[in-house]
Design a protein around this ligand. Sequence first.
Ligand code: IPE
Ligand code: IPE
Ligand code: MG
Length: 250
Amino acid sequence: MNRDPLDPGSLGSLHGPVPRHIAVIMDGNGRWAAARGLPRRAGHQEGMKAVREVIEGCAEAGVGILTLFAFSTDNWQRPEEEIHALMGLLRLYAGQEKEELREKGVEVRVLGDLSRLDEATLGSVRAIQRETRGGARMRLNLMVSYSGRADILGAVRAIAARVREGVLEVADIDGDAFASHLLTGSLPDPDLLIRTSGELRISNFMLWQFAYTEIYTTPVLWPDFTQADLREALVEYQRRERRFGRVPSS
Ligand code: IPE
Ligand code: IPE
Ligand code: MG
């Protein structure tokens, strides 16, 4: 079949390597709302549709792990009202979607400093994790109250404690041992990072895990991001040559 690579056709029919792990900085909700004279929370609400599209698209494309940056440690500095709206959407999402995600075989994990969540939100998080446990088709990480630096500091503290207890030798702290103490644990690093809304920065996301991640940015605002946009990112990914510091393959 001769398909135009930019044809927004089926995600299941992509030729070439599909990323094993995709990370997404879902950005531009506020600007989407402002452009319509709406409150920021309306942009976050609209962004939920894009979340559903991308989860479905990734599952169809055969992506094994999808990691979505939903709320950063630094986002706690936003106005109370916006934080409240975002936590409300997380509860709504977890409540509404857990059944369908379970049926689709999507295992959900919520990763970040969950001690800062209120009781109701924490309850919803626990419920969606419990009810989707064991889903074998795709792993979905929702990064909430997460930052890359906090993740690294948490790993350093855990490792220091193990050394102090005498169960870990300093000489045994290698890359794999370190990564196993991050919130992403034994998962492979993301192959592809997608950031929407045209910003060209990492914003304290997975600082350790992005060592060799391919970065794709698009001016599309998150609420407007569709499966056709996801397909474009995947096609662009397939054009990249990943070298990992080596010479080009002949
Ligand atoms: C991303 O959209 C969602 C979160 C950070 C929670 P923003 O809220 O950052 O939207 P912009 O960047 O202000 O447009
Ligand atoms: C990153 O976006 C965090 C999330 C998408 C959850 P931000 O909008 O918070 O990042 P900056 O402020 O543009 O760097
Ligand atoms: Mg933003």
